[in-house]
Design a protein around this ligand. Structure first.
Ligand code: SAH
Length: 231
């Protein structure tokens, strides 16, 4: 029984010695950063954060060779770790400043959370899949990050922890989430992919005043859906 539980836990969480960032990983990551920059990401702070965070830690160890390809990849619970270019694109749009209070909806693997933390943000992140919440919580802690992670449905945001300087949604919303707009500070920014199952427009909303918002659109992407309730 003891060994059985131990085995399950070993499978669920990478043991500390698996968290190795070798020169090979660093080399592959450097190439990935160059590729992302080539595709149009200009913010040096974002590129530096991508360079700093070992993406392979956030994927199962069997898939290490996929970690530095610029593509999304399946994680547990039928979800995905976002494509690195998409992570960089959303982060650039979000324009995170040191000390910003950021709400992220869709913790997933925790990779985007780590990027936001590397930019000096205080991060509140919500995940509706329990298995992902547990795994990200454990991993981020192991890596020395200190985010505020929550298990639950993020569609209503976290009003009692707000208002937020920045809000990032990493799953596809069918419409602009009005409740979340209200949780922004004035001059705060919300980035959210909005559309149907097959493609979403990257929407950036800046709160200009109590009831004034400026909306812009920034090309099409594909995310897993933002769903109600928990799993
Ligand atoms: N940023 C993550 C992306 C994960 S995919 C990463 O880089 O790994 C999007 C995540 O949003 C999924 O894990 C999904 O379970 C989660 N999600 C979907 N709807 C949600 C909701 N209403 N509240 C919180 N999380 C949600």
């Amino acid at each position: 029984m003891y060994f059985c539980i131990k085995k399950i836990l070993e499978n669920r969480f990478m043991s500390a010695n698996e968290l190795k960032d070798t020169p090979r990983h660093i080399g592959m990551r450097k190439k990935l950063v160059e590729e992302i920059a080539h595709k149009g990401i200009k913010d040096q702070r974002v590129l530096e954060a991508i360079m700093k965070v070992p993406r392979h830690y956030f994927m199962d160890s069997g898939f290490i060779n996929f970690a530095y390809k610029d593509s999304a990849f399946p994680i547990e619970a039928g979800q995905t770790i976002s494509q690195p270019y998409t992570v960089a694109f959303q982060t650039e749009l979000l324009n995170v400043r040191e000390g910003d209070k950021v709400l992220e909806i869709g913790t997933g693997s925790g990779y985007q959370t780590a990027i936001l933390l590397e930019l000096g943000a205080t991060v509140y992140s919500i995940e509706r899949q329990k298995v992902l919440y547990i795994k990200a919580n454990e991993l981020l802690k192991q890596l020395g990050y200190r985010p505020h992670l929550f298990y639950g449905d993020g569609t209503e945001g976290k009003q009692n922890y707000g208002p937020f300087d920045r809000i990032l949604i990493t799953a596809a919303a069918s419409e602009i989430p009005e409740e979340l707009k209200k949780q922004l500070v004035v001059d705060g920014i919300l980035v959210v992919p909005v559309g149907d199952r097959f493609h979403q427009s990257m929407v950036c909303i800046v709160r200009k005043g109590e009831n004034e918002y400026e909306t812009s659109e920034h090309g099409y992407f594909v995310f897993v859906p933002l769903l109600k309730g928990t799993q």
